[in-house]
Design a protein around this ligand. Structure first.
Ligand code: NAD
Length: 368
């Protein structure tokens, strides 16, 4: 297979700072392991507006469609707040997701031991937690027709429609089963088949795909409201959770926050397999461009570095290297290294964004 290609889009605010730390990691893989990537760089969001007059230029989109993985920092900032809605930085990101048809949104909730006390739940409930929520991202109630606010007699009614086709459910189910095979081999599918017809279809299709193609993976079903309760009670019972757009929106935010800081949370959005078998893919931290700390060396680069670890695992099949990178992050945190957002313990001096990146690279070297 040809050298895997990555398009780097740092974006705005802290985006370029955190991406510089990801580049240290990418260069480390090249220098020390001989794992080479064909890396190209471009702009998105406010930076793209400044350069091209639009938050995502057509040529950038064309590049994104060709590469094996896009790695994005974050977009947005006060400088762009007064732009017309159609050219706001966030529109660039939305266009990218839509045009690449990224229907499977992966949001891990992983709790490193050293940070377990940051969670609002008890240490033993979250320490060592490692689950993945797979949210359907391009259909369901946020897109279904009819929608709108209509006049009905003397009052207004607001309407949204939950609509799923069989193929939409099937493709996100496959994505979840494939992921489970690279992790703990368990999938729990969540819907509300007790009260929603779209939930009945969802459950049927997931069951059929499982029986026909993935019977080696353990499958269970849960109503989404019970799932929310179980996520707070004992989240470690799950490995991969697959669910629709609306429930996934809520469940992934709740699960992510079990683990503490926003500066720690990576994500991936995957689409259909390309000719080389790799899925179309966009990797990005969950957080935004944090304009309040931009340019001050205070940003935590870990969410962005862990997003690259997800690319190693899910786009490039480098499972051992993804493990190595996640363990390097874990080691650095266990050693007490903290950026300012992770301070809690007394007497700890925060490191800068760049120092955190250097420590992670040192830990990678120590792992050889
Ligand atoms: P934000 O995530 O940028 O920041 C929220 C808070 O978390 C801030 O106090 C910030 O300093 C802190 N924070 C975020 N990431 C951090 C990191 N890596 N290290 C340390 N601290 C971190 O959300 P916001 O303030 O609501 O939005 C700021 C801008 O980002 C807005 O323009 C918004 O539209 C945009 N945004 C972009 C994305 C994206 O690109 N995916 C997501 C959310 C918000």
């Amino acid at each position: 297979m040809s050298t895997p290609s990555i398009l780097i889009l740092p974006g705005d605010g802290i985006g370029p700072e955190i991406m510089a730390e990801v580049m240290k990691v990418i260069n480390w893989y090249d220098d020390k392991i001989g794992l080479k990537f064909d890396v190209s760089h471009d702009v998105v969001g406010g930076a793209a507006y400044d350069k091209y007059g639009a938050p995502l230029a057509d040529e950038t989109l064309a590049k994104a469609q060709e590469v094996d993985a896009v790695l994005l920092g974050a977009v947005g900032g006060p400088k762009y707040d007064n732009l017309d809605f159609s050219i706001k930085p966030e529109r660039g990101l939305l266009r990218l997701r839509k045009e690449m048809d990224l229907y499977s949104n992966l949001r891990p909730a992983q709790c490193f031991d050293a940070l377990a006390d940051f969670s609002s739940l008890k240490r033993d409930v979250v320490a060592g937690l490692d689950i993945m929520i797979v949210r359907e991202l391009t259909s369901g109630i946020y897109f279904g027709e009819p929608r709108g606010v209509f006049k009905e007699g003397n009052e207004r009614v607001g309407i949204n429609t939950q609509r799923y086709t069989e193929s939409e459910v099937a493709r996100v189910a496959r994505s979840a089963f494939e992921l489970a095979r690279k992790r703990g081999n368990k999938v729990c599918s969540m819907e509300k088949a007790n009260v929603m017809e779209s939930g009945i279809l969802w459950r049927d299709v997931v069951t059929e795909i499982h029986a026909a193609e993935y019977s080696d993976v353990e499958l269970s079903h849960m109503y989404a409201d019970a799932g929310a309760m179980q996520l707070c009670r004992w989240p470690k019972q799950f490995d991969v959770i697959v669910t629709d757009n609306l429930f996934g929106d809520l469940l992934s935010d709740a699960a992510a926050m079990l683990t503490g800081s926003l500066g720690m949370l990576p994500s991936a959005s995957l689409g259909a397999p390309m000719e080389n078998g790799r899925p179309k893919a966009l990797y990005e931290p969950v957080h935004g461009s944090a304009p309040d700390i931009a340019g001050q060396g205070k940003a935590n680069p870990i969410a962005c570095i862990l997003s690259f670890a997800m690319a190693l695992r899910y786009s490039f099949d480098q499972i051992e290297e993804a493990d190595r990178l996640e363990k390097a992050v874990e080691k650095v945190l266990a050693d007490g290294v903290r950026t300012a957002d992770l301070l809690g313990e007394e007497g700890v001096t925060p490191v800068t964004t760049s120092e955190m990146g250097d420590k992670i690279v040192e830990a990678l070297t120590a792992s050889m």
